[in-house]
Write a protein that binds this ligand. Structure first.
Ligand code: G4P
Length: 532
């Protein structure tokens, strides 16, 4: 093993922020970049987002709804560590993309609004984190607002998300009477002063709870804090790094991102607690990050923002070895060699050409459709990383082309959009000409519609169909599978990769049906790999 490779791995963290919309993800991201020195001024992320909206037409949907459809990666340095922060688009119409981003990280930061507790999307994202036991650090935000009490919040997270909470800091008051947080590990009190441009140095530290200065600063709340701390010492579970890394415990921090309060502690926790780039499973073996040979997989494809250019960016997570510009790799799905000459990294300020990258880094590779989600690139060894899933869609539309002469364009367009993960395309076995689109969020249909029209000149009618979910059936008993397929032909389809799918009309009836076919497994998630 090369010592420099080991050093680079130890000094990297790749993580995502998960939250329900409005909990404060953008604000927290911005403050982290500010503290990392990656941006000079708060507000620039939002400004940059706004500027980007203007660059393409289909993004008018984003503009109209004031949301972000595409996710991005930002790299910055804090202390002596390179942090790769992956954004998970957070609108309620979020897409599979959001889920897939989570397959490329080693840890997640969960933001909870102290006035709302766990919300629907927090729950959904948490489910995805569970698939790989992704360790989670929790930040409870907006303490400067009148919200729930800290004990109620912890209880809510534990009950709803089934994860043990370990408070690392403890708030003094909330809303108008919010005075600061007490760091339970360091036994320090950091006093809160509102203000959006304040840097962390402005925070005062008091080392001893018995210190009369505490009463001078907190008044009656000093005794509340003393009582709470005593109570916690007896009641709260101690923090155990192993349990956090196994995702059965989450360390909890309190603060206010808007006021730059508690942000530094969270950044410290990402570096001190969350794991460096981890080993990854392939279909044949587990790849350790410190293996010298380069390996990586594509977890996201993004179309060029400018519809005049058809090239796309494939986001690749480096899993092992070192990437250097011009590296010759093997693209195993296509069985081809390719040289990666112009990879991009996404520094918060700008995009830069990558000269080298290490495990945990995300590089963007420009291509014209040779790379798909789930593709593995390695120096030589034939490998296929697993765990980049397709999720069963919950919404369906049937698509009918207005002008049959554009059929070819529609095929090409849908294939591309499907490869990007925007929608899933199903072809019913009984009606070969029909196309059914499936998505996790309704917005994806709108994106598809606009892009098919603007980029491929395809006008189509989209009508709702009576499906509520999909299942990928598999069985070791081929005959049974064939029998099932025959009996339920009317609801069977092929997905874009040629896998068999059962389209579910009613979840209750489906459960009864599944009971009748115990030899068949019905999967709600499918690994992103072409059918054998
Ligand atoms: P999101 O990315 O998770 O959707 O949330 P975002 O950061 O955009 O924050 C949502 C709203 O919550 C924003 O207000 C933001 O200013 C506010 N906010 C974030 N952190 C805090 C906090 O610690 N305290 C308080 N009081 N508010 C906070 P907005 O009015 O919707 O947007 P804006 O006009 O301020 O940009």
């Amino acid at each position: 093993m090369q010592p420099s490779l080991r050093h680079e791995i130890a000094h990297r963290r790749t993580f995502a922020i998960i939250s329900h919309p409005d909990a404060g993800k953008t604000t927290l991201t911005e403050k982290m970049l500010l503290f990392g020195g990656a941006i000079q001024m708060a507000g620039s992320i939002k400004a940059r987002k706004a500027a980007r909206y203007a660059t393409s037409d289909w993004m008018s949907i984003e503009r109209e709804r004031g949301i972000s459809v595409t996710s991005s990666v930002m790299s910055f340095r804090f202390r002596d560590t390179d942090l790769n922060l992956l954004d998970t688009p957070g609108h309620q119409d979020f897409s599979e993309d959001t889920y897939r981003v989570l397959t490329a990280v080693d840890g997640a930061l969960m933001v909870i609004d102290s006035g709302k507790g766990v919300e629907t999307q927090t729950r959904k994202l948490m489910e995805v984190c569970r698939l790989r036991n992704t360790p989670i650090i929790t930040f409870i935000n907006k303490l400067d607002r009148e919200g729930w009490g800290p004990l109620d919040l912890l209880q809510n997270i534990e009950d709803d998300l089934q994860i043990e909470c370990v408070p690392m800091t403890w708030p003094v008051g909330k809303g108008g009477s919010f005075r600061g947080v007490y760091d339970l590990g360091r036994r320090e009190l950091r006093l809160f002063r509102p203000g959006t441009n304040r840097r962390p140095e402005d925070v005062m530290v008091i080392n001893d709870l018995g210190d009369p200065a505490l009463d001078a600063h907190l008044g009656e709340q000093a005794d509340d804090l003393r009582r709470d701390v005593e109570l916690l010492a007896g009641a709260a579970a101690p923090f155990a790094l192993e349990q956090y890394r196994r995702a059965s415990q989450t360390p909890v921090f309190f603060g206010s991102a808007l006021n730059n309060f508690g942000v530094m502690e969270v950044l410290d926790a990402v570096i001190d607690l969350s794991p460096p780039p981890q080993p990854r499973a392939t279909t044949t073996r587990v790849v350790a990050p410190d293996e010298p040979a380069f390996t990586g997989f594509v977890f996201k494809i993004q179309a060029n923002m400018d519809p005049a250019h058809r090239d796309r960016i494939a986001f690749l997570r480096v899993c092992s070895g070192k990437f250097t510009r011009g590296l010759e790799v093997r693209h195993h799905r296509l069985g081809k060699e390719m040289a990666i000459k112009n990879a991009t990294m996404f520094l918060a300020r700008e995009r830069t050409n990558v000269e080298e990258a290490y495990p945990g880094d995300i590089i963007g590779i420009h291509n014209r459709g040779t790379l798909e989600i789930g593709d593995t690139l390695t120096e030589k060894e034939p490998l296929q990383f697993v765990g980049i899933p397709r999720f069963a869609p919950e919404l369906f539309r049937s698509v009918r082309l207005r002008n049959p002469l554009r059929s070819k364009q529609m095929q090409v367009g849908l294939k591309q959009l499907s490869e990007e993960g925007a929608v899933q395309v199903f072809r019913p076995l009984l009606h070969a000409g029909e196309v059914i689109l499936g998505a996790v969020g309704a917005l994806q249909f709108e994106v598809t519609k606009v892009r098919l029209l603007e980029e491929y000149g395809v006008e189509a009618d989209y009508s709702p169909v009576d499906y509520v979910s999909a299942r990928w059936p598999t069985s070791t008993d081929e005959t049974k599978l064939k029998e099932f397929q025959r009996e339920h032909r009317g609801q069977m389809a092929h997905d874009i990769d040629g896998h068999l799918v059962y389209l579910v009309g009613n979840l209750f009836l489906f459960d009864r049906l599944a009971e009748k076919w115990p030899q068949i497994e019905f999967h709600t998630i499918r690994d992103h790999r072409p059918a054998a």
